[in-house]
Each structure stands twice: as structure tokens, then as C-alpha cells.
Design a protein around this ligand. Structure first.
Ligand code: APR
Length: 320
């Protein structure tokens, strides 16, 4: 059987890390695409030279031509710019919307059968726009945020409870960042819900609330430390987990920005919810029962996503 083909649109910090992980894990041959000439080619050559040391044979090429992504099985999109000081939200939206348009058209023309994972921020709006511009089926276009947010939450919880991260499962819903909705009733250590762990004396409500807040601003904390650039290791690892679930038909239940058609009372929006990812792409949206607090928080998150889409439609009238 021929090797799978993984196309990475954007060869920046996350794109390069994605390529490294995909090669180490033997996911398939890799195309690193970027608009900047030389960068994807240079990174591809550097990464290819890991092969003899690590023992992988993946073919890794860098490209500035969308024709090279032809026939890709999985495409992970990190193309775009990050928000810089002085840039308004609409400035950022305007720039990255244009990028999504070019990427969506490139995918539609060259790899319309791919499973597409979008990582570019603002995530919930960009994944929606990418789907609109590409015209791919909704179940084949998904946004990566929840796996990262829940990994951040799990890391902090494992630290707090002094247990292995392997036994922590954390559950998040909603948009990426400030409006993310961690559901502590469904976050567990080996099946024991966090509220029970609080009762058992492992932590306090106040400390868990602080962890929730730290998780919500998890990306900002890293930007503050790095000063230039934003998180890339954990975002890349999270994107790869989603790609593996598709490529190997693992049917993992992962939080992801998925297209809703009435679930959670939301219609025709991309919002972070638990989904089953398998060979069919997003095979099912898992609709859980929420308490009133989580429902209210999710509705704030959904409103924030809606506001972003209104702004997108204002910037690009073809989205109306
Ligand atoms: N097509 C392809 N690549 C593009 C385009 C485009 N139209 N416009 C910009 N790029 C490339 C840049 O040249 C750069 O190499 O996208 C890459 C982005 O890389 P970084 O700036 O290093 O950003 P990174 O840290 O990888 O994050 C990418 O993911 O988490 C989000 O907020 C983050 O939106 C950002 C994205």
C-alpha cells in the first residue's frame, strides 16, 4: 500500500513541528507548503536529514506550489499571522481570512478528498471560513483547539492532584481561549470526577477555579513568556493526535471545533464539542447533558463565535 500523504499548509513554528512529529511517527510522506520561498524547502531538507538518525524513510518536501499537495490524505493548516501588538481583532481577521481564502481554494483544486484540520486563529472563525472557501463536506473540515485546551487543563490538574497525566481526562467545550468551557463534572482522574476529588480533599474549589482560569489564558501565558511568537509544541502534538485518529480510523472521542446542525441548540456554526474522529472524518458529534452553568457558559462562547462570523462576513461579502 502506498504511503499516506500529509500536507502542512504553513511552514512556521507549528508547521515545522508538525512535520517533525509526522515523520517520527511514520504517518506518511510530507509536503510543507508556505508562501515564503526557501523556508519550507529549508525545513524539509533539515527534517529529511533526521531520517538516517531516527530511521524514518518519509519523503519530506518543501513547496510554494499548491500542485504539490495533490492527493493529500490529511492537511493541517497553520498558515497566517499571529496577532501583534497594536493590531485590532478585525485587522487580524482581515489578514487571516484572506489566507484562508487562498488555502481553501488551493485545497479545493488539489486535494478535495483530504481530511482538513485547521489550527490558524481565531480558530472558530477561521475553520468556518476555510470550510466555506474550500467547499469540502463539513465532516471533513475540523478545527484544533479542544485537544490543546484539554491537554493544558489535564496538565494543570495532574500537577495539582499529584497524579499521572495518563489518568487525567479533562473535558472542554466551546470556543478557543477566553470563552472556553471546562466541564469539571466530566473531568476525571481514572473515572473519579473532579468535584468528588475536591470533596476527598485532593484540592479545593478555589484552586480548581484558578486552574480553569489559567487554562483559559493558557495561550497568552506562553506568549507572555516567549515574547515573540506563540505556543507551538503542544498545538502541533494536538493536531497530530487528530490526524492519527482519522488515518488509523481510531474513532477517538476528542474535543474539536466541529460543524453543528442543531446539537447543543446551535445551528450552522463551528463550535468546540466532543466528536468521534474516524475514517469518515467527524463521524459523530457527541451531545452530552450539561448543567445550567455549563449551558450558560457555552451560550456566551457561541455568541462570541457568532460575533466573529458577522465580522468575517463584513470583511468578505462572498461569505454572506
Ligand atoms: N499561505 C501559506 N502560508 C502562509 C500564508 C499563506 N497565504 N500566509 C502566511 N503563511 C505562513 C507564514 O509564512 C509562516 O511561515 O504561515 C506561517 C505561520 O507560521 P508562524 O508565524 O511561525 O506561526 P505558528 O506559531 O506556526 O502559528 C500559526 O496557528 O495557533 C495558531 O495563532 C496561531 O494563527 C497562528 C497559527
Amino acid at each position: 500500500m502506498a504511503r499516506k500523504k500529509i500536507a502542512l499548509i504553513g511552514a512556521g513554528n507549528i508547521g515545522g513541528t508538525l512535520a517533525h512529529l509526522a515523520a517520527l511517527k511514520g504517518l506518511g510522506d510530507i509536503v510543507l507548503f508556505d508562501v515564503v520561498e526557501g523556508v519550507p524547502q529549508g525545513k524539509a531538507l533539515d527534517l529529511s536529514q533526521c531520517g538516517p538518525v531516527e530511521g524514518f524513510d518519509a519523503k519530506i518536501i518543501g513547496s510554494n506550489d499548491y500542485a504539490d499537495i495533490a492527493g493529500a490524505d490529511v492537511i493541517i493548516v497553520t498558515a497566517g499571522v499571529a496577532r501583534k501588538p497594536g493590531m485590532s481583532r478585525d485587522d487580524l481577521l482581515g489578514i487571516n481570512l484572506k489566507v484562508m481564502k487562498a488555502v481553501g481554494e488551493g485545497i479545493a483544486a488539489n486535494a478535495p478528498d483530504a481530511f482538513v484540520i485547521c489550527i490558524t486563529n481565531p480558530l472558530d472563525a477561521m475553520v468556518w471560513a476555510l470550510r466555506e472557501f474550500s467547499g469540502l463536506p463539513h465532516q471533513k473540515v475540523v478545527g484544533m483547539a479542544g485537544v490543546l485546551d484539554s491537554a493544558r487543563f489535564s496538565h494543570f490538574l495532574a500537577d495539582e492532584f499529584k497524579v499521572s497525566v495518563k489518568d487525567v481526562t479533562s473535558f472542554v467545550l466551546g470556543g478557543h481561549g477566553d470563552t472556553m468551557v471546562p466541564v469539571i463534572e466530566y473531568s476525571t482522574v481514572s473515572g473519579i470526577p473532579v468535584p468528588d476529588l475536591i470533596e476527598m480533599g485532593f484540592s479545593t474549589k478555589e484552586r480548581i477555579d484558578a486552574i480553569v482560569q489559567r487554562t483559559r489564558s493558557g495561550g497568552g501565558e506562553i506568549v507572555g513568556l516567549l515574547k515573540t511568537g506563540s505556543a507551538f509544541y503542544a498545538p502541533a502534538t494536538s493536531g497530530i493526535a487528530m490526524a492519527e485518529s482519522y488515518l488509523y480510523d481510531q474513532k477517538r472521542v476528542l474535543p474539536a471545533a466541529a460543524h453543528l446542525t442543531g446539537q447543543y441548540g446551535v445551528d450552522d456554526l463551528y463550535v468546540g464539542v466532543p466528536v468521534i474522529i474516524g475514517a469518515g472524518g467527524v463521524e459523530k458529534v457527541v451531545e452530552i447533558k450539561l448543567n445550567d452553568e455549563a449551558k450558560a457558559n457555552l451560550s456566551v462562547s457561541v455568541d462570541a463565535v457568532k460575533e466573529l462570523l458577522v465580522a468575517c462576513k463584513g470583511i468578505d461579502s462572498s461569505l454572506n
